[in-house]
Structures are given as structure tokens and as C-alpha cells.
Design a protein around this ligand. Structure first.
Ligand SMILES: N[C@@H](CCC(=O)N[C@@H](CS)C(=O)NCC(=O)O)C(=O)O
Length: 219
């Protein structure tokens, strides 16, 4: 029997991506919490699983797969149905483009190690950290708002959930946490609000994980 173990953290947006992909495919997994606030991601034991000291890491039948995008593509290949990528090559390319805007040009700027460094090395206050994240993520949001209207329906690409939705949704949660003005991004917010009601996204949500603190829990 196949076994899946996911090292992750309730609030991490990259962890959300992996959880959502597993739930979307109907794959059961063991949830191993790695507490970022206790620096567990940098412990020697965890570094053996993930050389960057980042989460998530998936272990499938003893085989290691670090990094959320590698995890999702792996899951898509071993469990092709229901699909997260459509058959059409052009649409797949544009879905990956949307993922890269988030993964490469938005997520890193709000990452804990980056904002922590700004505080420790440069004395940034929380307000200055918010401004830092806002400056960089709005470039990604501008690009998304130019890209998505051509393709979106209920979700990023039509009315079916794709890889793009799995990557976009948790990044919007991060944007809201850093007080980004989202009123300028109606297409992104329409998609976010639709995904917010989707059962897979509700199940993967930060408010419903085993390591979610009591004050952030939702039924
Ligand atoms: N590209 C990696 C990034 C992983 C990553 O950095 N994740 C964040 C959480 S969202 C993390 O572990 N941060 C730890 C830290 O900043 O110390 C992925 O997509 O898995």
C-alpha cells in the first residue's frame, strides 16, 4: 500500500499548495507539522529531508520530494485524474506562467527568512515589512490582473480547478496578511472568493489543520 507523509505548517502558503493538491486527488497522507516559529525547518534532521530548510517536503513510499512545485507535478503524474493540468499544451504553458508569477516573483518576498532578516539586520518594524512585501507582490498582482481576464471563468482557467488556482489562492491569503490593497485586483479577488467556497480549498485551509492554534481555528 502506498504511503504519503507531508512535512508542512498550517500557515505556510507553499504547504497549502501541497495539501490542496493531495486533497484534490483524494490522496490520504500523514500530516507532520514543522513549526516555522520554532525554527524546526532548520533542524539538522529536517535539513536531511529538505536541503533548503523550506517546507513542504513529501515522502512517498520512503522517497523524498522537497519543494511544492515538484511535489504537485509529481502528484499530477502519478495520479493523473482528476487533472490539474489540461491536455492543451498552450493552456498548460499559460497555467505554468501564472504559477511562476506567484512562485518566483511573489512568494519569496514575504518568506519568513526574508522578513526576519529585514528585522534583524536592518531594524525593520512590522509596518516596514508590510511595505516591503506590498512593493514586490503588487508587481506580481499587476501581472496576474493583466493575464487572468483572458482565461478566467469561475477559477483562473475556466470553471475547473487547475494548478494555477492551487498556487494563487494561498498567495492571496499572504497578500491580505500583509495588508495589500486588493481592491485593484478584481479578477484575482473574484477567483479567490470562488475558491474560498471550494471543498478542497476549505479542507486545506490554514484554519483547519492539526497544528492550527485555537484562536485561528474555524469550523
Ligand atoms: N520554493 C519552495 C519554497 C519553500 C519555502 O521557503 N517555504 C516557506 C514557507 S511558505 C518556508 O519554509 N520558510 C521557512 C523560512 O523562511 O525559514 C517551495 O515552493 O516549496
Amino acid at each position: 500500500m502506498s504511503s504519503f507523509v507531508l512535512y508542512n505548517y498550517f500557515r505556510s502558503s507553499t504547504s497549502f499548495r501541497a495539501r490542496a493538491a493531495l486533497h484534490f486527488k483524494g490522496i490520504d497522507f500523514e500530516y507532520k507539522p514543522i513549526n516555522l516559529l520554532k525554527d524546526e525547518q532548520h533542524s539538522p534532521e529536517y535539513r536531511k529531508l529538505n536541503p533548503m530548510g523550506g517546507i513542504p517536503t513529501l515522502v512517498h513510499n520512503g522517497k523524498l520530494i522537497p519543494d511544492s512545485m515538484a511535489i504537485i507535478e509529481y502528484i499530477e503524474e502519478i495520479a493523473p485524474t482528476p487533472a490539474l493540468l489540461p491536455k492543451d499544451a498552450y493552456t498548460r504553458a499559460r497555467i505554468r506562467q501564472v504559477c511562476e508569477i506567484v512562485n518566483a516573483s511573489m512568494h519569496p518576498y514575504g518568506n519568513l527568512k526574508v522578513t526576519k532578516y529585514l528585522g534583524e539586520a536592518h531594524g525593520y518594524t512590522q509596518e516596514q515589512k508590510d511595505q516591503w512585501v506590498q512593493k514586490w507582490v503588487t508587481q506580481g498582482l499587476d501581472a496576474l490582473e493583466l493575464t487572468l481576464p483572458e482565461f478566467s471563468g469561475k477559477y483562473c482557467f475556466g470553471d475547473d480547478v487547475t494548478l494555477a488556482d492551487i498556487v494563487l489562492y494561498p498567495q492571496v491569503i499572504t497578500c491580505l496578511r500583509f495588508h495589500v490593497d486588493m481592491t485593484k485586483y478584481p479578477t484575482v479577488m473574484k477567483i479567490y472568493n470562488n475558491l474560498d467556497k471550494h471543498p478542497v480549498f476549505m479542507k486545506a485551509h490554514l484554519s483547519r489543520q492539526i497544528d492550527t492554534p485555537e484562536e485561528l481555528r474555524k469550523p
